[in-house]
Design a protein around this ligand. Structure first.
Ligand SMILES: [Zn+2]
Ligand SMILES: [Zn+2]
Length: 272
């Protein structure tokens, strides 16, 4: 039985519905699955119900977007049960901001002569739960403005580019405090993506409890490096596939890069 504490559904940018994701977990002998969509817990009711049906324990999770001066930071958070109303209201406010931001991005691109409609964003996978730069990037790619997904970010959607609209998100320390204030356990996702290692120091000072050590983007000596970081800082070592479904940029399958069983015990203890 494997423990996968990082996965996405169609409620954010994954391609599997919540039920299909849990069925895939059962098929891949993942006995404990945290569903951690970006900034939403919309998948959890359905995922929990399917988990009961097929015998997979589903953990309430969310991957919170945060940002500091060095760039985007993702805070994985885990809850014993449905997070409190105040926390869910905060996620809802962030969702509404993302919808507004997507509209602003389209207006900004219009100024450089690129007209993209909301219908095109929807066709590229955007929904009421999830709308953002990846969907705009997919449209730019399909319309031939760029030849790769990453080029869309370099030329149009990244900071300083014509279609860039800054996002109003908490800084990592605030995100950690929000999660802990709502009774959750806060972990730093894929530290290998950090542009500035000091981000981890600041998150740790703010009360970070866990670190995602095992992740498909951690290659070579990075796993041992982050294992040591978790150990010296007293953080729970997490792992997960960051599975987004078929057609994603990563080859990892659900259940790859699992969380060690001892870490799940520590996570449960941290819930108190
Ligand atoms: Zn992430
Ligand atoms: Zn993720």
């Amino acid at each position: 039985m494997r423990i996968d504490l990082h996965s996405h559904t169609t409620c954010s940018d994954g391609t599997f519905t919540p039920s299909a994701l849990v069925q895939e977990a059962a098929r891949r002998e993942v006995g404990v699955l945290a569903v951690t969509d970006h900034d939403t817990v919309a998948a959890l009711a359905e995922a929990q119900a399917e988990g009961k049906r097929v015998g997979v324990r589903v953990i309430w999770g969310v991957e919170l977007s945060a940002r500091d001066s060095a760039g985007e930071v993702h805070i994985l958070s885990y809850f014993r049960a449905e997070p409190p109303e105040a926390f869910r209201a905060l996620l809802e406010r962030q969702r509404l901001q993302r919808v507004e931001r997507a509209g602003a991005m389209l207006q900004a691109l219009e100024k450089v002569g690129i007209t993209i409609t909301l219908a095109e964003l929807r066709a590229a996978g955007a929904s009421d739960h999830s709308i953002g730069r990846p969907h705009v990037a997919r449209v730019l790619l399909s319309r031939g403005y760029v030849t790769t997904f990453s080029e869309a970010f370099r030329k149009f959607l990244g900071p300083g580019c014509p279609g860039y609209v800054p996002q109003q998100v908490p800084d990592p320390a605030e995100a950690v405090a929000l999660v802990r204030g709502a009774g959750g356990v806060a972990g730093l996702a894929h530290p290998g993506h950090l542009k500035d290692p000091a981000t981890l120091d600041r998150a740790a000072e703010a009360g970070l409890q866990a670190l995602e050590v095992y992740h498909p983007d951690h290659k070579g000596d990075r796993v041992a490096f982050y294992e040591a970081q978790a150990l010296t800082r007293g953080l729970i070592s997490l792992g997960g596939s960051d599975f987004h479904g078929a057609g994603g940029s990563r080859a990892a399958k659900l259940g790859d890069h699992p969380t060690p069983p001892g870490s799940l015990v520590r996570l449960e203890a941290a819930w108190g």
